[in-house]
Design a protein around this ligand. Structure first.
Ligand code: NAP
Length: 291
């Protein structure tokens, strides 16, 4: 398959680029502000940017849209920018997919829910409580209503290998490995289902190979809050020194509301792919410690 991965300098996109290429697909991955290894420039906000990679000559059969502004609090305080990065960018990617009759894959989130009663399945009613969540939900609907062959993957709390090592799990591991003292002030009441980006790529490969369409939750069996997640990592670093202050979300009072009992159930995906085994945070950290 010829696959264009928009946002391949980021966590999810880079893992998709690596895995789908390894599986023998012809992949092009794009960056916007950070020129990661093996990526080409593409701006989803300006399809006429003369520096954009020439998609016309590539003619993708699949476009995976990982481009986004993912800083939830920043989105809350910069609503117009969030609108552009989530909604306008998705409209533009839909336009591209229509031009090339490509399948479109959109990456969504459990932030489309209010966090009253997660983890959520695919039938749960969306009720976003933040600007980021509302914009992702709107973008998801645009993809659903596009009449394109489409897949929506809902994910949350992603960790894993990425060039910039910016995700929560990778940062804690990095500091612990380098013997740095950690000061962590973390919410104890935000529950979700952390997932390795490499698992998202493996799951997406199966969905594409089997011509699946529609919404799929991709979530591991881990269900934990941020404090539990940090402690789960730190238990593999007995010499690590840290101050960990558990706080309630109301004490932290972030600009954007958070779904507290969030997370996703991937029973639909697992019913269709019963041999698939999601990895765990423990496995990821163990691997890092032993490598
Ligand atoms: N990480 C999570 O926990 C999580 C949870 C739920 C859903 N998601 C969704 O998963 C998707 C990928 O997230 P991620 O964690 O991989 O985020 P990320 O690491 O921040 O990557 C975002 C990507 O979007 C690119 N991008 C930003 N603006 C762009 C533009 N105007 N044109 C083209 N590309 C642009 C970035 O490029 P540069 O970095 O080069 O600027 C980067 O490659 C997003 O849709 C996000 O909403 C993520």
């Amino acid at each position: 398959m010829k696959i264009l991965i928009v946002g391949a300098s980021g966590l999810v996109g880079s893992n998709c680029l690596k895995y789908l290429s390894e599986k023998g697909n012809e992949c092009i991955g794009t960056y916007f502000s950070y020129a990661a290894k093996n990526t080409v420039f593409f701006d989803t906000l300006n399809l006429d940017n003369p520096n954009n990679f020439d998609i016309d000559t590539f003619q993708p059969e699949v476009i995976i849209h990982c481009g986004a502004l993912t800083h939830v609090d920043y989105c809350e305080q910069n609503e117009e920018e969030s609108y552009k990065y989530s909604i306008v960018s998705t409209e533009n990617v839909i336009q591209l997919a229509k031009k090339f009759s490509s399948k479109i894959v959109f990456i969504s989130t459990d932030y489309i829910f209010d966090g009253e009663n997660g983890p959520y399945d695919e039938q749960a009613i969306a009720h976003p409580i933040s600007v980021y969540g509302r914009h992702k939900w709107k973008a998801e609907q645009l993809v659903n209503n596009s009449h394109l062959d489409n897949l929506v993957l809902r994910i949350t709390n992603v960790y894993g290998d990425e060039e910039r090592g910016k995700n929560f799990v990778a940062r804690i591991i990095d500091q612990a490995i380098h013997g740095q003292h950690l000061t962590l002030k973390l919410p104890i009441d935000q529950y979700a289902t952390p997932i390795n980006a490499a698992d998202i790529a493996r799951a997406l490969y199966l969905l594409l190979e089997n011509q699946k369409t529609g919404i799929y939750n991709i979530a591991s069996t881990d269900y934990m809050n941020r404090v539990q997640l940090a402690l789960r990592i730190l238990k593999y670093f007995p010499d690590a020194t840290y101050d960990l202050l558990p706080l309630s979300t109301s004490d932290i009072n972030p600009p954007a509301a958070r779904p507290l009992q969030g997370g996703l159930k991937s029973s639909k995906f697992l019913n269709e792919f019963p041999d698939f085994v999601f990895s765990t945070v423990d496995e990821y950290v163990q691997n890092k410690v032993s490598s």
